[in-house]
Design a protein around this ligand. Structure first.
Ligand code: IMP
Length: 188
């Protein structure tokens, strides 16, 4: 039987979709997967990258769609890798990041969710402060084994409640709040 979805998540990253689906389920929104390799423009602004991806995704999917763009910003590296997080993960990876760091290990994860339909393009951002661990810990995807959220001692990869506190959760919560009440916002 075909499932009906409220909107689609366009990405080539199934991990992101699975987390987003669980989070939006908890807000009563049914999220489908539109597996798609989105072209990423080079820009210092995650928001510009995300808006462009959302427009592209809508032009292909033709249904209301969200995309997510993330960045890991490390204080002692002046915010690097930031908008280049995906490239840096593919090249030097977690081992390379750990080799670059000394005492100051403060970092933040930023998530931008961009929604696009035939009338609206809207973005929602959130950040989560934390630190970079000294060693990789736990089994997880991306930077999960090296990112320790503030006020916890475990990396994302070691936690069983990542989806209740992550950058993704915080941005999707803002998005859901708008999405579920968008008619009221439009009427104002
Ligand atoms: P992008 O949004 O796919 O460009 O993500 C940038 C980089 O951050 C990619 O290498 C992702 O794998 C990584 N990333 C994004 N979100 C997370 C997360 O929740 N945990 C671990 N890595 C992440």
């Amino acid at each position: 039987m075909q499932q009906s979805f409220d909107l689609f998540f366009a990405s080539s990253n199934r991990h992101k979709y699975q987390e987003a689906k669980k989070i939006l389920d908890s807000f009563g929104i049914k999220l489908g997967f539109f597996k798609f390799d989105l072209e990423e423009i080079q820009s210092n602004s995650l928001k510009n990258i995300a808006s462009k991806k959302a427009k592209d995704a809508f032009s292909k999917c033709k249904k209301p769609v969200i995309i997510e763009d993330d960045g890991l910003f490390i204080n002692s590296l002046d915010g690097f890798p930031g908008p280049y997080s995906s490239y840096v993960f593919k090249t030097i990876g977690n081992t390379g990041i750990l080799n670059l760091l000394k005492n100051n290990r403060k970092a933040k994860f930023v998530s931008i969710i961009s929604y696009c339909d035939k009338k609206i393009l809207q973005s929602f951002d959130a950040k989560l402060d934390g630190t970079i661990s000294h060693l990789q810990k736990g089994k997880g995807w991306g930077y999960d084994p090296i990112f320790i959220p503030k006020n916890t001692r475990k990396t994302f990869a070691e936690m069983n409640n990542k989806n209740e506190l992550s950058h993704r959760y915080k941005a999707l919560k803002k998005f859901s709040n708008w999405y579920l009440h968008r008619q009221e916002y439009n009427d104002q």
